[in-house]
Write a protein that binds this ligand. Structure first.
Ligand code: ADP
Length: 382
């Protein structure tokens, strides 16, 4: 697996019962997964020779992130090493411009968008959408097409003057209408090389300051109809883009012109995803186990939930308490609680772990998850 983050750590964990020989290419020996994997190569995934040497004795390559250059992945494929997901599919998770163009081509509903060249062009894009809040089409969302994550590389701009910043990185900029969404959802699916696919229940994802904070599975009050539509959309995207492994389709729930609920696609991630962390304890087969099965072309496991409600809450780095006493408190308070810490250095706002808990009463499950995440973060003291 390329990339030493927490997704690699949890994928490795899912491979242990299967006796999978797991090899990791990590930036540093301290990375989350490098701390627990036995066979670690420390090196730069942007360097082709490093990648080639790493991949030589691998049966298949998969990823913790989407940043490996496509030309390097094609070179590995030319060396005869299966890369899953492959570079052609992965491009759609690497470049938001390519993703929007392709999704629009295959008829997937997306926010109004186009690549913009400078702040004046942003103003033209804004005006094309109608009057907006300010009479000139603003606000508009600008995104660098590459390199963004957790809200970095995304700007909400309200004027031409504010539109200058995103162009400074020298990366192409995508403009999108600012969607007036009801909430954010995610449809997680897994697809194997010979086309078997499974869909997890659609979840609600609650963001705070552009970072995922809480995920509720399944999304409360989502009609069966819209839920099935979202799952079918994700399965269709996986099939049409040739995705192998886990695909997270981040969605906006909106109201159409007649006021009926509908979805628009925000983003794609072709790897296990934060919106699927609940599956570790809340689904019959976790996203990590199913990602591995898909990458190894094994039959996929049952994606159905184990409980009526599962809530995942991220533990963000903050004012860290003494871990032992935090565990004592959280475990005693909620025996259903499952804690997953990533071994990462604590920086304010950084995802350092998550908790899952479940039950029949959603308000109670949410309270327990939020309490544990807050306590582990150090923002709740009792
Ligand atoms: P990232 O690469 O950080 O995941 P996203 O494209 O998912 O970037 O954007 C981060 C967040 O910004 C989204 O979760 C959503 O809350 C908000 N956002 C992104 N695009 C739009 C849009 N077109 N309209 C309204 N909000 C948006």
């Amino acid at each position: 697996m390329v990339g030493g983050g927490q997704l690699a750590r949890m994928t490795h964990e899912a491979g242990i019962p299967l006796g999978i020989r797991f090899k990791l290419l990590s930036d540093t020996p301290q990375d989350s997964a490098a701390q627990v994997v036995g066979d670690v190569v420390v090196g730069d995934y942007r360097d082709l020779e490093t990648l080639r040497a790493f991949a030589r004795d691998c049966d298949v390559i998969t990823f913790d992130h989407e940043h490996v250059p496509a030309e390097h992945l094609r070179a590995l494929e030319a060396d005869g090493i299966p890369v899953r997901p492959g570079p052609e599919a992965l491009l759609h998770a690497q470049d938001k411009g390519v993703m929007r163009a392709r999704l629009s081509e295959i008829g997937v509903p997306c926010p109004r968008h186009r690549i913009v060249s400078d702040p004046e062009d942003v103003a033209a894009f804004a005006a094309e959408g109608g009057q907006g809040e300010d009479g000139q089409g603003f606000p508009v969302v600008l995104k660098t097409v590459r390199g963004g994550y957790d809200g970095k590389g995304v700007w909400v701009v309200r004027s031409v003057a504010e539109a200058a910043e995103p162009f400074r990185a020298g990366v192409p900029v995508l403009a999108e209408e600012k969607v007036d969404f009801v909430r954010e959802l995610a449809a997680n699916v897994v697809r194997s090389p010979h086309g078997q696919a499974v869909a997890y229940p659609v979840v609600e994802s609650i963001q705070v300051h552009g970072v995922c904070d809480t995920v509720i599975a399944p999304a409360p009050d989502l009609s069966e109809d819209l839920s099935a539509q979202a799952q079918e959309l994700a399965l269709r995207i996986a099939a049409q883009l040739g995705v192998v492994g886990h695909l997270a389709v981040e969605l906006f729930e909106v109201r159409d012109a007649e006021g009926r609920p509908a979805v628009l696609v925000n983003e794609l991630a072709m790897r296990p995803h934060n919106s699927g962390h609940w599956t570790m304890d809340g689904a019959i087969t976790s996203q990590f186990a199913n990602h591995l099965r898909a990458v190894l072309d094994l039959p996929l496991g049952d994606p159905r939930p184990r409980a009526q409600w599962t809530v995942m809450a991220n533990v963000l780095g903050g004012d860290y308490p003494d871990m032992y006493s935090a565990y004592l408190h959280c475990m005693a308070r909620d025996p259903q609680l499952k804690i997953h810490m990533y071994g990462k250095d604590v920086k304010p706002g950084r995802k350092v772990g998550h908790v899952n808990t479940y039950g029949d009463d959603l308000a109670d499950v949410r309270e327990r998850a939020a309490h544990a995440a807050g306590y582990l973060r150090g923002t709740i003291k009792e």
